[in-house]
Each structure stands twice: as structure tokens, then as C-alpha cells.
Design a protein around this ligand. Structure first.
Ligand code: NAP
Ligand code: MG
Length: 485
């Protein structure tokens, strides 16, 4: 079994302890990773701090930094199949998805920020003839980044792309359940010409290594993607030194189906929204709110199509749903399904483990036709292939239900009346509102949450701004020196 070390200051280092990563389809450990201690994390932060304070990266011309990022994108693309295989082995997601979504999206994110950084401009602000006032964007400093297990390589690149392009240095801690592709990125960046210390990749538990990163006062910015519970800890840690903080957290995103929706399109789009990546997707459609007049028709069509989803070996090119990330997570999803049944929810399809698969943490694509609005399934993020459908009458009731959640990551609206869709979009409190589509996230457009779904935006120019400070440079140019006394 291959044993991966810690990538610190441009070198691979050993650690005292290791932990395995499990392939969720085979239930077998397939690689080992260094379990960083708090001291290991401190060493990585020292490397990043030194690389920022005295190294070449922050002061390098943007065009050169951009070239390194675009070279990294090209090298990742050359190794696309290797990364896709690794992502599927580590997370269980179908190879079809790793090949068509995860790896290309990661490549594009690095490429995009490698290009965008050259277009970053400051402003010349008119302040009279005596002075020139000009703004420039500078890196924030040392970034501490922590990522989850559901889209490891994509989410790592959505932080590394803008953070490095802007001239920051980074310590990145991936999730322990799926660290492989993030660790593999170290060689990609080194080969692309990133100087030592600019990127440090440190595996280890959230409790020890992650917490040590949060608590290190030498970090200028924390960037976190994961659960709202841990996000709260990250925000609290950043307040101690008034550190910068970006959070991409959980969601309970509704798909709102109006009575005039094209139901065929809605069914295809909502199933993609609900079941992509086994439903382990932060912006997944996890509540269908449907006009009661079309509920029966919609549920019948959803069920008919959901039953055809090919669940099984993620390495099979035909598979569209693989196993969940871990046995514990599968059990938690099954427990939420069980509770919803107990509370009177009606299972329209699925509801258990698929038959005929003797190994792997699989859960059937599951649809509930009506669940009590108090149930956990209706209220909380379950992060599995489970979709409750709940009827309401009229647009106002649908909008009120869509907003009745502490989350505000995303929502979709399904209607043939696009003008009405736009009107309703403005009434929904969420960072992304899709009309007649769900789960499309573009690297060049901002993504993030309202309310408890996060703070700040990733992707797009806003995602780059989040890794910069604005400096205002005021130059006195009047012929006379300024005098006051
Ligand atoms: P999680 O438990 O919050 O873990 C995320 C990361 O935080 C992991 O690397 C974890 O390390 C680390 N961590 C845990 N405790 C920590 C601590 N005290 N200090 C520092 N780091 C700590 O979330 P998850 O279960 O991996 O991912 C699922 C969640 O992520 C869902 O809520 C989902 O909605 C959210 N998510 C959001 C987005 C978005 O863009 N909004 C995208 C993807 C996922 P270990 O792995 O070692 O525990
Ligand atoms: Mg794994």
C-alpha cells in the first residue's frame, strides 16, 4: 500500500503516525496518509509564512504567477485519467463523473485563475490636482485552507487557483476520508514551477491538524468548505486576530416546481440535482416543493426515472450512482430515512440498501412523497440520495417554504413562464437560483451562500477578490510640500 507523506516547503516529509483511506466500493484500505501532529502543522505554517515574507512568489509579476497556474492546469489535464481513477477510488463517485465533471472542472479552475490574474486592475480615483490616488490589489498573506471529501480535487483547486494566482502562500488540509487527489496536486504544482513553501499540503485529522491550523495566529486568512458546525469554529478562530475568513457551508436547497412546469425537464433536472455524486453535494436539491396540482404526476415520473438509475461499481462506465463515502455516513443516511418513515413519511421508491451488491456503502435512490415538515429529512442536510417531495398551494406558499430554512446556498425554480421565474428568483434568499436547471456551477461565476450557508463567494472574479487586500496608494504631487502647522 502506498504511503503518502506531508508536503512541506517543497519536500515530502515523514510523520510519526499514518491513517488509511478506504475505497467505499470495496470497503478496503488502499493507501496510507501521514497523520500530521500540531507540530507538523506549525512547521507547514512556518514554511508558508517564510515563503510569503521572504520568498519570490508574492512579488512575482502576475503574468508569471498566471503562467505557473496555467502550467499546473495543463499538467493536471495530462494526468486526467490518473486523477479520475484516484478520485473514484477514494470517494466512490462514478468514474463517469470523475472523468466528465471533477477533473475537468479542477483543470478549468486553475486555468481560469491563471488567466484572470492578468486582468486584475486597480483604479485611479480623482481626488484633485494635488495627489494621485490609485488602488492596487495585493495578496492577503498566508492562507489556511480546509476542504471536505465530496469533491476533493475540485474544491482544492477552487481555493488554490485564486489564492496562489493572487500571490498568497497556502497550507491546505484535505478531508481525511478522501485526501488522495489533493496530495497528488503537490507534484503537479512543483513541476509547474511553484516555489517551495508557496503550497504546503498537510493531511491529518480535523481535530488535531485542522484545529492547529485554525489556532495558528500567523495565518492571515482561513478558507473553509465543509459543514456549518465546523464553519462556526473556523469563524470563531478567525475573529481572534481579525483574520480574513471565507466559508462555503451546508445547504437545504429547494427545487420549486410550479404548476406550469415542463415536468419532463423538471424530472431530469431535479434527479441530477438530487442524486449527482450520490447526493453528497452541498447545493443538492434536497427538498422538492411542488404545486399540489401536479404533485402526483411529478412523483410518478420521478419514481419511474429514479428506478432506472444505474447504481453499482463506480468503475463501471455505465454507473451513475456509487457508494456513499463511509459506513458511518451510510448508516446516518439510513437512520434519517428510518426516522422519516416512523414520522409518517411515505416512501415512493428506494429507502434501503440496494439488493445484489455484497460490498460497498450503497444506498438506493430514495424518494419520499410527502414528509412531515418537522422531520429531519425535511429540515436538515442528510447528504445522501434522498429526496422528499412536499406539496404547497400557490406561489406565495412555495416561496415561503423555500425560505423556511436557516440555509441559503441554492434553489431551483421550474416553470415555463421565465418572467415569473425571474420574479420568484428575486424573492428566494439564496446565493444561487437556477431556473429550469439545478446543480450547474461555473468556475467563472460567483458561488456561495446566504444565511448559514457561508460567508463570501468562491469562483468568478469575486473568488479572486476574496484572496486579496485592496491597498490605496496616495501620492502627493503638488509643487508645494503639504504644510499644516
Ligand atoms: P466537515 O466535517 O465540516 O469537514 C470538513 C473539513 O474540516 C475536513 O477536512 C475535516 O477534517 C475538517 N475539520 C473537522 N473538524 C475540524 C476542526 N475542529 N478544525 C479544523 N478542521 C476541521 O464536513 P464534511 O463532512 O467533510 O463535508 C460535508 C459538509 O461539507 C456538508 O455540510 C456540505 O454541505 C459541506 N460542503 C459545502 C460545500 C460548499 O461549497 N458550500 C461544498 C462541499 C461540501 P477531517 O476530515 O479530518 O475530519
Ligand atoms: Mg476514501
Amino acid at each position: 500500500m502506498h504511503r503518502h507523506g506531508l508536503f512541506i516547503d517543497g519536500q515530502w516529509r515523514e510523520s510519526r503516525a499514518h491513517f488509511p483511506s478506504i475505497n467505499p466500493a470495496t470497503e478496503e484500505p488502499f493507501a496510507e496518509f501521514a497523520a500530521a501532529t500540531a507540530e507538523d502543522m506549525a512547521t507547514a505554517v512556518t514554511a508558508a509564512r517564510t515563503a510569503f515574507d521572504t520568498g519570490p512568489w508574492p512579488g512575482m509579476p502576475a503574468a508569471e504567477r498566471g503562467r505557473v497556474l496555467r502550467t499546473a492546469a495543463a499538467l493536471l489535464k495530462l494526468r486526467a485519467e490518473e486523477f479520475a481513477q484516484a478520485e473514484t477510488a477514494d470517494t466512490g463517485k462514478p468514474i463517469f463523473e470523475s472523468r466528465s465533471i471533477d477533473v475537468p472542472t479542477a483543470v478549468d479552475s486553475l486555468d481560469y485563475y491563471g488567466c484572470l490574474i492578468r486582468g486584475v486592475e486597480g483604479a485611479a480615483i480623482p481626488v484633485g490636482d494635488a495627489a494621485i490616488d490609485a488602488t492596487v490589489r495585493e495578496p492577503v498573506g498566508v492562507v489556511g485552507a480546509v476542504t471536505p471529501w465530496n469533491f476533493p480535487v475540485v474544491l482544492a483547486c477552487r481555493k488554490l487557483g485564486p489564492a496562489l494566482a493572487a500571490g498568497n502562500t497556502v497550507v491546505l488540509k484535505p478531508a481525511s476520508l478522501a485526501p488522495l487527489t489533493t496530495v497528488m496536486l503537490a507534484d503537479v504544482f512543483a513541476e509547474a514551477g511553484l516555489p517551495p513553501g508557496a503550497l504546503n499540503i498537510v493531511t491529518g485529522s480535523g481535530r488535531e491538524a485542522g484545529q492547529a491550523l485554525l489556532d495558528d495566529s500567523r495565518i492571515d486568512k482561513l478558507s473553509f468548505t465543509g459543514s456549518t458546525a465546523v464553519g462556526r469554529e473556523v469563524l470563531a478562530a478567525s475573529t481572534r486576530s481579525i483574520g480574513r475568513c471565507s466559508l462555503e457551508l451546508g445547504g437545504k436547497s429547494p427545487a420549486v416546481v410550479l404548476a406550469d412546469a415542463d415536468l419532463d425537464a423538471a424530472v431530469e433536472g431535479i434527479l441530477f440535482g438530487a442524486f449527482l455524486n450520490q447526493g453528497e453535494c452541498c447545493c443538492a436539491a434536497t427538498r422538492v416543493l411542488v404545486d399540489g396540482r401536479v404533485q402526483d404526476d411529478l412523483v410518478a415520473r420521478l419514481v419511474a426515472r429514479a428506478k432506472k438509475i444505474h447504481v453499482g461499481d463506480p468503475l463501471d462506465e455505465k454507473t451513475r450512482m456509487g457508494p456513499l463515502i463511509s459506513a458511518d455516513h451510510r448508516d446516518a443516511v439510513l437512520a434519517a430515512i428510518g426516522e422519516a418513515k416512523q414520522a409518517g413519511g411515505r416512501v415512493a421508491c428506494g429507502g434501503g440498501m440496494p439488493r445484489g451488491l455484497s460490498r460497498g456503502y450503497y444506498v438506493e435512490p430514495t424518494i419520499f412523497d410527502d414528509v412531515p415538515s418537522k422531520s429531519r429529512l425535511y429540515r436538515e442536510e442528510i447528504f445522501g440520495p434522498v429526496l422528499p417531495v412536499t406539496p404547497f398551494v400557490g406561489d406565495d406558499a412555495l416561496v415561503a417554504a423555500a425560505n423556511d430554512t436557516p440555509y441559503g446556498l441554492a434553489a431551483s425554480i421550474w416553470t415555463r413562464d421565465l418572467a415569473k421565474g425571474r420574479r420568484l428568483a428575486s424573492r428566494i434568499r439564496a446565493g444561487t437560483v437556477w431556473i429550469n436547471i439545478h446543480n450547474f456551477v461555473f468556475n467563472n461565476a460567483p458561488y456561495g451562500g446566504f444565511k448559514q450557508s457561508g460567508l463570501g463567494r468562491e469562483c468568478g472574479p469575486e473568488g479572486l477578490d476574496a484572496y486579496t487586500e485592496i491597498k490605496n496608494i496616495i501620492t502627493w504631487i503638488a509643487p508645494q510640500p503639504f504644510r499644516w502647522y
